[in-house]
Ligand binder design. Structure first.
Ligand code: NAD
Length: 471
């Protein structure tokens, strides 16, 4: 393979989908720097109108866009369509969020003095994206950043450049100047070089906690820059006295296996009351055995596609074996039904007897079951992670949910709903190693601009009433 290019393969078939030259970090930063001031000086209404046109462009290319995402990530076509719809919906959400969070405000002032709160864009923002939502997640930073008046350099995952290319084409087709959104094709080396570049004013990152930590270290002395980190999770479901066993099992399956488990909010751990798990596990097993794993365009449509590549599938299989070797008891194995392709079957393993369970994010379709004697122990177990992204209680009375809500450490806390069901009209982010307290989604506006407080009057009128000698 040419070391100067990035090649994107379709996970389901191994076919080459896209290839392109690795970008030049310095050149992209120069172009964006040259363009942002003019963009920032356009009236807000013009920037918002451009974003609305962007939504329309994406809508007009919905099928083509979904096909590209499905091919490049392997996710089923139905799911890729929901990702494109999320890209479109982001425009209205970002406009409302901008108005609510960062709109200009007149404040009370005395004696004709005008006090104002306004927001300014940072300048040039780098956006580093992951592969699991290659359009929706970068777009979730880019739309609010553009509305605020920033220029953006998008360095997508090296596994999903083709989707990023289409996204950027749509900004251009809507009238965003080419200097204002730049596509930097590359891998971790380009991500690192961009993050460290003196010509950017901030970094909006969505990806894994190890990369987030590396960026955090890199930024330890860069207090002059905004760094927003949206990272992974080791998310728990606590299952307690469910009234409807079937519905509980469905919510668990949706939490753990949607997107083949490649969601930052996917449930990784199922914490159950010891001795009462059999009925729910039996029901979960029945659902899991019915889950269709297949290619993105298969008919009938699968529930799960492959994971992103063979390397990811190998690592997941190694992790699953590792849990088994430490005493984990598989309830459903992690099988690889197609030789040489990264399809994995949904897996469930009881790890109650595994000592020192590793607190890592297994980014795939593996659910670990932990049995505990009491609800107190369930809470301790649920919080036994350095992450804190999402968590659900399934079952339980309202008073139990109150206890759960009060004691769990996570940025998304749900009741009888999947761990991955977060509203895009709400802020999204986690605590612990899941982020750095710069939540995205509805609060993305906050990290795309900085507040400026002004005290203003057209004529200087001033006197010093105390502490002066007589003239
Ligand atoms: P990743 O951390 O491997 O890569 C993310 C991006 O960072 C890619 O563009 C990559 O090229 C770049 N990169 C990698 N190493 C780098 C370095 N040292 N310096 C600078 N850039 C570097 O993540 P991934 O595997 O692509 O995505 C999956 C991860 O993303 C999971 O951990 C998942 O939980 C997380 N995720 C989080 C959210 C969220 O909103 N919290 C959403 C989706 C995915």
């Amino acid at each position: 393979m040419n070391p100067q290019e990035i090649v994107s393969f379709e996970p389901a078939t191994g076919a080459i989908l896209w290839r392109g030259a690795i970008g030049d970090v310095d050149a992209e930063v120069d172009i964006a720097r040259g363009a942002w001031a003019e963009w920032a000086s356009r009236p807000l209404t013009v920037r918002i109108e451009t974003m609305r046109r962007f939504g329309n462009v994406v809508r007009s290319r919905l099928n083509e866009f979904a096909d590209r995402i499905a091919r490049e990530t392997g996710k089923p076509l139905w799911e890729a369509r929901t990702e494109v719809e999320a890209v479109i919906d982001k425009v209205d959400i970002s406009v409302s969020a901008h108005n609510e969070r960062t709109a200009h405000r007149r404040l009370e002032g005395a004696l004709g003095v005008r006090n104002a709160l306004r927001h300014k864009p940072h300048g040039v923002l780098a956006v580093l994206g992951p592969y699991n939502f290659p359009a929706h997640l970068p777009n979730g930073h880019i739309v609010p950043a553009l509305i605020a008046g920033n220029a953006v350099i998008l360095k997508p995952s090296e596994k999903t450049p083709a989707t990023a290319e289409m996204l950027v084409e749509c900004y251009y087709a809507a009238g965003v100047p080419e200097g204002v959104v730049r596509l930097l094709v590359g891998g971790p080396a380009q991500g690192k070089a961009l993050a460290a570049h003196d010509g950017i004013d901030g970094l909006l990152f969505t990806g894994s906690a190890p990369t987030g930590l590396a960026l955090s270290r890199l930024y330890a002395e860069r207090i002059d820059r905004i760094l927003a980190l949206e990272l992974g999770g080791n998310n728990p479901i606590v299952l307690w006295n469910p009234t409807d066993i079937h519905a509980a099992a469905v919510v668990i399956a949706q939490s753990a296996f949607t997107s083949a488990g490649q969601r930052c909010t996917a449930a990784r751990r199922l914490i159950v009351e010891d001795g009462k798990q059999d009925a729910v596990l039996a029901e979960l097993g029945k659902i899991v055995d019915r889950i269709i794993v297949g290619g993105p365009h298969d008919e009938p449509q699968p529930f799960m596609g492959p994971v992103i590549d063979n390397r990811a599938a190998d690592l997941l299989q190694e992790s699953f074996l590792g849990l088994m070797m430490k005493g984990g008891k598989p309830f459903r194995r992690l099988d690889r039904p197609v030789d040489d392709r990264p399809f994995l079957t949904p897996a469930i393993i009881d790890v109650t007897d595994v000592p020192d369970r590793p607190d890592v994010e297994l980014f795939g379709p593996i659910l670990q079951v932990i049995r505990v004697p009491s609800f107190e122990d369930a809470m301790i177990e649920a919080n036994k992670t350095r992450y804190g992204l999402s968590a659900s209680l399934i079952g339980g009375a309202p008073s139990l949910y109150d206890r759960f809500w009060a004691n769990i450490r996570a940025g998304v806390v749900n009741w009888n709903r999947p761990t991955n069901g977060a509203s895009s009209n709400a802020p999204f982010g986690g605590v612990g190693f899941s982020g750095n307290h710069r939540p995205g989604a509805y609060y993305a506006a906050d990290y795309c601009a900085y507040p400026v407080a002004s005290s203003e009057t057209e004529q200087a009128r001033a006197s010093i009433g105390i502490g002066l000698r007589d003239p």
